[in-house]
Design a protein around this ligand. Structure first.
Ligand SMILES: Nc1ncnc2c1ncn2[C@@H]1O[C@H](COP(=O)(O)OP(=O)(O)OP(=O)(O)O)[C@@H](O)[C@H]1O
Length: 270
């Protein structure tokens, strides 16, 4: 097994201050504060519509048209605030400093492009490797995600792979440049139950290998407890509770956390 990389920064990798996301006149995320330290694994839980995805999309600089973020989002080693940064600057950061895995792998993949080119592209786009080297390394990365017959997968198009195989490809792309932060939004929710655990185990292993920090959204507390050290609980656009996973899961304070845990039958709390 590859040895874990030592962290490149001594302070937080990600610092979010008073993040607010609005659509038109209505505010949907109300002043989220968050720090993620090198190698740390932070989870966000909350019921559907509580603002988890909007928070992560704002951090990734991927909010859709019509949504506006205010506040501050800073990545270690980058002078500029990501809020208000130009799309060209955000595009340089995505795939290099941050990697992303979303619920539905098909949305992250280009249906008309062979897998090998998609994995290689993120490496040569960021000038990490020549095109030829990138293709060779792409096959190695695919093999490292446990895909059977990676040479065949490399020559395939996304529709020729299963959902679990596609999510492994997305993870290979997200980690190709050894980012400092991997953002996962419900990465196993769309997968078959038997595949979920394997992909989760793979995220766990690969994040440790590249020394990345992890920001992991899930509505599934059992999943979150498996991969995260610390957790933020969101309710109605705000963080209502946070702490280390074991404490929040065993001694929840906010009524919303208690009800989430009760629904998941993970607590003995009254
Ligand atoms: N583009 C948009 N325009 C207007 N409202 C939006 C938009 N995107 C999301 N919302 C609203 O913002 C709120 C938070 O949405 P968000 O997707 O962050 O929730 P979530 O916690 O990730 O939910 P889920 O677990 O269902 O994915 C919801 O009420 C949602 O309807």
């Amino acid at each position: 097994m590859t040895k874990a990389q030592p962290p490149r920064f001594s302070g937080p990798i990600l610092t979010v201050r008073d993040l607010r996301v609005s659509a038109g006149g209505s505010e949907l995320v109300h002043g989220v504060n968050l720090e993620v330290w090198p190698g740390e694994r932070v989870g966000i839980i909350g019921a559907s519509g509580s603002g988890k995805t909007l928070t992560c999309m704002a951090i990734a600089g991927l909010l859709s048209d019509g949504l506006r973020a205010t506040g501050s989002i800073r990545l270690a080693g980058i002078d500029k605030d990501l809020i208000g940064a130009k799309e060209s600057a955000l595009a340089r950061i995505r795939g290099l400093r941050t990697g992303m895995v979303f619920q539905e792998p098909m949305t992250a993949l280009n249906p008309t492009m062979k897998i090998v080119s998609q994995v290689a592209e993120v490496m040569w786009q960021h000038a990490r490797h020549s095109k030829r080297d990138a293709k060779r390394i792409a096959v190695e990365l695919l093999a490292a995600t446990g895909l059977p017959d990676p040479e065949r997968v490399a020559k395939s198009y996304p529709h020729q792979l299963s959902g679990g195989q596609r999510q492994r490809v997305v993870l290979a792309i997200a980690l190709a440049n050894s980012p400092d932060l991997l953002i996962c939004d419900e990465p196993t929710t769309a997968l078959d139950v038997t595949v979920q655990a394997k992909v989760l185990g793979l995220i766990d292993e690969k994040v440790a290998q590249v020394g990345a920090a992890l920001l992991f959204i899930s509505h599934d507390l059992a999943v979150l407890a498996q991969v995260c050290d610390r957790v933020l609980v969101m309710f109605d656009g705000s963080v209502v509770e946070e702490g280390d996973v074991a404490t929040v899961l065993t001694k929840p304070v906010h009524e919303h956390t208690i009800s989430l845990l009760r629904d998941a039958e993970l607590t003995g709390a009254p």
